[in-house]
Design a protein around this ligand. Structure first.
Ligand SMILES: Nc1ncnc2c1ncn2[C@@H]1O[C@H](COP(=O)(O)OP(=O)(O)OP(=O)(O)O)[C@@H](O)[C@H]1O
Length: 310
């Protein structure tokens, strides 16, 4: 292990060299994570799904052990850390438009892929986006991800959480699209559409307020992108566009011709039988847990965690 890259609620992440001499980020669960059943399940879920999904814009997993004292996950290393951390280091917390559009197109592409497979990510936010030196982005933290056909515990992060999740309803591809809409707004304007000093204030904002139209805040933005970002924040899930529609508009705004997303060789491999120390995991679903606080962006109010559901 070369050095510590960061610490989250569940694990610490260290830089290491794999047997091929390549730099990798290694996630090691905290001892408390392994002791608490739900947290250990969530880590195991992340290991299993990260190894299962294969997509250029989903953080790549190289190897892992889902459960037990030797549990770990080796991941592609991103020298800039999470996008939230990169933004916090930048004055104004905004990226040039082309960089923001590219990151959003890549994340919309990752969601298109997951949704096509019947999976829901449940935690799209800048803390879970990683950008490489070429400016290409990948969606990480699959701890809360689940397949709709198998069911899973609903979770999310209050700044990014769709109205129906606040209502206690189930998550869906549309609730991921809502979180993508918040991320679009944040990356393209430098501000969040909904703010609050308490969980309740934030909930009321998401349930009852309407964001200032992106076209007002950013008149130079390609109209279809602005319109779709606003529609992504629709209160009713059925009024939101698909991740693929958003992906196509973002690519068009970048001057590219969008092609179809999922190809044969992008399908996930069969579940990795050798992974768990105690045999393969039968099915995932109950592994989700509330999201972590974001150290860089957390409001200064004590006793309230804007990244945890009540
Ligand atoms: N692939 C990576 N490359 C570089 N740095 C990383 C990578 N993955 C994680 N990190 C760093 O480690 C920190 C902790 O990672 P992460 O937030 O995923 O931890 P976690 O405990 O698994 O998550 P959670 O808090 O959601 O339970 C990140 O904020 C980031 O700084």
């Amino acid at each position: 292990m070369l050095r510590t890259l960061g610490r989250g609620n569940t694990s610490q992440v260290r830089l290491a060299l794999n047997p091929e001499g390549q730099e990798v980020a290694v996630k090691l669960p905290h001892p408390e994570t392994l002791r608490v059943h739900e947290a250990a399940e969530r880590f195991g879920n992340e290991v299993r799904l990260t190894m299962q999904f294969k997509h250029p814009h989903v953080v790549r997993g190289f190897a892992g052990t889902a459960f037990g004292p030797q549990a770990y996950l080796s991941l592609e290393y991103y020298p800039d850390g999470a996008l939230s951390e990169k933004l916090a280091r930048m004055t104004g917390r905004t990226l040039p438009d082309t960089e923001a559009l590219r990151i959003l197109a890549d994340i919309a592409s990752a969601l298109t892929y997951l949704h096509k497979l019947g999976a829901v990510h449940q935690d799209v936010k800048t803390q879970n986006i990683y950008v490489n030196e070429a400016g290409r982005a990948a969606l990480g933290d699959l701890g809360n991800t689940y397949f709709l056909s198998q069911g899973g515990k609903v979770s999310g992060s209050p700044y990014y959480m769709a109205p129906e999740i606040y209502h206690g309803e189930s998550s869906s591809s549309a609730s991921d699209v809502y979180s993508l809409g918040i991320t679009m707004y944040q990356l393209l304007t430098g501000q969040r559409p909904f703010t609050g000093n308490t969980y309740e204030e934030l909930m009321i904002a998401h349930l009852t307020r309407f964001a200032t139209p992106l076209s007002h805040l950013k008149p130079q933005l390609a109209r279809p992108v602005g319109r779709l970002a606003e529609q992504a924040l629709a209160k009713r899930p059925t009024d939101r566009p698909s991740a693929d529609t958003i992906r196509r508009a973002l690519l068009t705004a970048l001057g590219e011709t969008p092609h179809d997303e999922v190809t044969e060789d992008e399908q996930p491999a069969a579940p990795q039988q050798q992974m768990g120390r105690h045999g393969p995991v039968a099915r995932q679903g109950s592994a989700a847990a509330p999201s972590p606080p974001d150290k860089a962006e957390q409001p200064q109010k004590r006793g309230w965690n804007p990244f945890k559901r009540k």
